[in-house]
Every structure is written in C-alpha cells, then in structure tokens.
Design a protein around this ligand. Structure first.
Ligand code: MLT
Length: 261
C-alpha cells in the first residue's frame, strides 16, 4: 500500500484499475478498506484511489490535532499534486462527504464529478455537538469495542451480512483513539455548506441508504434538489454504509455518474 508525503504528514492510499482517477474518501470511524468492493467493481472504468485520511487507517498517527474538513480537503489536493493528477471523480461517504464538499469549495478545478454518499451539507446543531463531546468522553472511558457496539446498529441495516459487520467492527476497533478524538472535534466545528450546494458546477450524484439512520433519505433528497442537475439514488435494504451493504447498486449509480465524463 503506497504512502505519500503531504504537508506535515504521510498518507497511505490504495489503488486499483486504470483510466481517469476516482478518489474515494471514507467516513468515521472507518478507513479506506470500506471502498474495497467499489474498487473491485469500478476498476475497469476508473483508476480507483482510496485514501486513509490523516490519522486514519495506516496513514501516519496524528499528535494533538483537530481534524477539520478543510485540513483533510487540503491533504487530498496535496495527494493529487504528489500523484500528478489534475482532476478526479470524487466520492465521499458521510464524513468523507463533508470532506468532499470542503474540497469542492476549496479546490473546484480539481473536480470532474462529485458523488455524495450517505452524507449531509449541514453543520452540527447543539444536540449533535453535545453528542460529539459525550462520544469522546465515553470513548476514553469505555473504549473502542463499546464504540463499535453502539455504532454498528446505526451504521448498518438489520439485513447486513456477518462479513460486512465484521469488516465494520475491524475498522472501528482499529481506529487510533487520538484520531477518533480529533475527528469528533473536527466534525463538531465543521462549516455548514448547504448554501454552497447551489454552486456545485460539476455533474453530481447523491446516493443514500433507504434505512440510513445517521443521514436519512429526506436530507439526501433535499441535497440532491439543491445541486443543479444532480441525480438521487436511494439504495433499498441498506443503512448508512451503502457501498459495503449493497456494493452492486452503488457501483451502478457511480457508473451512471462517470459515464461520458
Ligand atoms: C460518518 O459515518 O462518517 C459519521 O457517522 C458522520 C458523523 O458522525 O457526522
């Protein structure tokens, strides 16, 4: 798994396939392995690059950082610079979608298409912010297994397979504590990018799980309506992690977005 220097850290990324680059950005508290199914399914069409964001997965550990969406977005731009890639099809799930929106705003010329998967444009409200503080406190007292126990039901639909459950738990139980704390803080202070949706100027797709309990379909539909020309796909029988729960349906939606670009 290659590693690349960006700014003051090093990022690991996976790649598979050939052609124009599609860049995949994972959610919280996950890593690039959540995209393995999509990389396998789309590698005939795209050079699929899935990155472990700063501090996550096998990227270098962080010290004491608030992992803001802008920081991650700038890291992605630096990753593209390092790989001599001009523009990408950007695919972000949940926190990865927050990062994808930040990237779209900060680095618009690097974008060919945008896929927002199981995510939202709004900032955290008071309740969500308090929830982040509680999650951070609880993580340090109860540990990652407790985090996995509590998140599994929210991330996955009841019909998710044991293998998918296992992969999700491997990611959550493997996250570095300092990364989780930095990410919770970064999501807590993230900007509201709802007004920006009307300025997205590339072909876009919004994809969400029918049973997504974290970023429910109603919000995703509104987000699609706010982006000129965006398509909306609801994935039947899936929760928040559609690319792992229903890989074929998500790949079909992404192929539709990529076609002709
Ligand atoms: C994610 O799946 O990335 C997170 O659950 C998003 C969030 O906590 O806002």
């Amino acid at each position: 798994m290659p590693m690349i220097d960006v700014a003051d850290t090093r990022l690991r990324y996976r790649e598979r396939g050939e052609g124009p680059v599609a860049l995949f950005v994972h959610g919280f508290p996950l890593d690039a392995t959540m995209w393995l199914d999509q990389m396998a399914l789309l590698s005939g069409l795209r050079r699929c690059v899935a990155v472990d964001l700063r501090g996550f997965g096998r990227s270098d550990p962080v010290l004491d950082e608030v992992l803001t969406m802008e920081r991650h977005a700038d890291d992605l731009a630096a990753l593209l610079d390092g790989l001599a890639i001009d523009a990408v099809d950007l695919v972000g799930l949940s926190m990865g979608g927050y990062v994808a929106l930040a990237f779209s705003q900060l680095h618009p010329t690097r974008l060919r298409t945008l896929a927002l998967v199981d995510t939202r444009s709004e900032a955290d409200g008071d309740e969500a912010r308090a929830g982040r503080d509680e999650a951070a406190r609880r993580l340090l007292t109860h540990g990652r297994r407790d985090l996995a126990d509590r998140m599994e039901g929210a991330l996955l639909a009841p019909e998710a397979s044991p293998a998918v459950r296992g992969r999700v738990r491997t990611m959550i139980e493997g996250i570095r504590y300092e990364t989780a704390l930095g990410a919770l803080e970064g999501m807590k202070v993230r900007s509201d990018r709802t007004a920006f949706l009307g300025r997205v100027a590339v072909p876009a797709a919004v994809i969400t799980g029918e049973h997504d309990a974290i970023t429910p379909p109603a919000g995703a539909r509104a987000m699609a309506a706010a982006i000129a020309g965006a398509t909306y796909t609801e994935i039947a029988g899936a929760g928040h992690l559609t690319p792992m729960e229903r890989p074929g349906a998500v790949a079909t939606a992404l192929r539709g977005l990529f076609a002709g670009h």
